[in-house]
Write a protein that binds this ligand. Structure first.
Ligand SMILES: [Zn+2]
Ligand SMILES: [Zn+2]
Length: 134
């Protein structure tokens, strides 16, 4: 059995994995999550720091929920977090759409070497440029 101190209140508890929180603090955090979720839904233009202050949750915790895709800001909202790859603003998850595509393409290239499409388009483009030059 793995006994640990709770990260929040310092009480000893049987650690089962995941966040190092005792059952009591975990329940409290879950309550806060529900509150934050509702708050974001009702206050679409609230910034992360406003959400943090209104709900007494750290901005770090809010961003973590957003990265885990448990929370998301509405698509037309000016509020968001940064893409981990290029820093563009996103509303949920870890990467922007462009980087997600890029990552998927890289993964695809590793697994199935699907690199035929890109060179084909490039040669067609250079052919067209030659045509314009004439
Ligand atoms: Zn605790
Ligand atoms: Zn990006």
């Amino acid at each position: 059995m793995d006994v640990q101190n709770c990260r929040e209140c310092g009480r000893l508890f049987n650690y089962l994995g995941g966040q190092r929180l005792c059952p009591g603090c975990k329940a409290k955090l879950e309550d806060k999550f529900q509150k934050v979720k509702k708050y974001i839904y009702e206050n679409k233009d609230a910034s992360i720091s406003e959400v943090s202050e209104a709900n007494e949750v750290s901005t770090q915790q809010i961003k973590q929920w957003v990265r885990e895709e448990r929370l998301s800001f509405s698509k037309d909202s000016a509020v968001g977090i940064e893409c981990e790859s290029c820093g563009a603003m996103i509303h949920t998850g870890r990467f922007c759409d462009a980087c997600k595509k890029q990552l998927a393409a890289n993964l695809g290239a590793v697994y199935s070497k699907k690199t035929v499409e890109a060179p084909q388009r490039n040669s067609r483009e250079s052919a067209r440029m030659r045509f314009l030059d004439n």
